[in-house]
Design a binder for this molecule. Structure first.
Ligand SMILES: C[S@@+](CC[C@H](N)C(=O)[O-])C[C@H]1O[C@@H](n2cnc3c(N)ncnc32)[C@H](O)[C@@H]1O
Length: 204
């Protein structure tokens, strides 16, 4: 992990994702969090303050040690107990059907092998468990999508492999969830290339 990923990228994430407009969607998403929870790509732990009060403990992974430093400081302020591990979601060291809930926010865009990671998410979920996601992704508007594809290389370079051209709806549909609910919308006051959001859940 290079100095850019460890030191610069966490600050970029704070700049882009630590604001009240995104925070409102984090709270809405996490109101359905329950039971044994795994968060993939915890980053700087911007979700920590948004778990409902009955959630006392979660397991969380992220491959970037620089992110873990930021996460530690924020978690300390919340009282949430977090079993935090430096790991990638493509290969999870957890037993099949060991979580009631897996949470991903703005992480599917960055995972190198996102299909494999989603397979792992599905594997570790218990039957009836929920995959809760809040992600940005490919817009259905051809004009926006054209710009997303043009900017994708630059985005990947500057934002640690973040893709603008991944369809969240299609990624989630790639797993055999029994039921999927998705709200899709543009986040106000955000460039449309970066602000096409998908918030929802897949029930195993
Ligand atoms: C844009 S940040 C989002 C952080 C946080 N989830 C949030 O909502 O603010 C993307 C995160 O995904 C993490 N990430 C990248 N590749 C990953 C992988 N293979 N497995 C899990 N997390 C990964 C990055 O280290 C980074 O912390």
């Amino acid at each position: 992990m290079g100095w850019y990923s460890s030191y610069v990228f966490p600050r970029l994430c704070e700049f882009g994702l630590n604001n009240h407009r995104v925070a409102a969607h984090r709270s809405t998403l996490l109101q359905d969090a329950r039971g044994e929870i795994l968060e993939i790509g915890i980053g700087s732990a911007l979700n920590a303050a948004h778990y409902p009060s009955h959630v006392r403990r979660i397991t969380a992974i992220d491959p970037n040690p620089g992110m873990h430093r930021w996460a530690a400081a924020r978690i300390a302020e919340t009282g949430l107990e977090v079993d935090k591990r430096i790991l990638s979601s493509e290969s999870l060291p957890f037993a099949d059907e060991s979580f009631d809930c897996v949470v991903s926010t703005f992480t599917l865009c960055s995972i190198a092998d996102v299909h494999q990671a989603l397979g792992e998410v599905y594997r570790v979920l218990r039957p009836g468990g929920a995959f809760l996601f809040l992600e940005h992704g490919l817009s259905p508007d051809p004009g926006v999508a054209r710009w997303q594809r043009r900017l994708n290389g630059l985005e990947r370079l500057l934002a640690d492999n973040c893709h603008l051209d991944r369809s969240v709806r299609e990624l989630v549909a790639g797993q055999p969830f029994a039921k999927v609910e998705i709200d899709e919308f543009y986040l106000p006051k955000t460039p449309r290339t970066h602000g096409y959001f998908s918030r929802g859940q897949g029930i195993k």
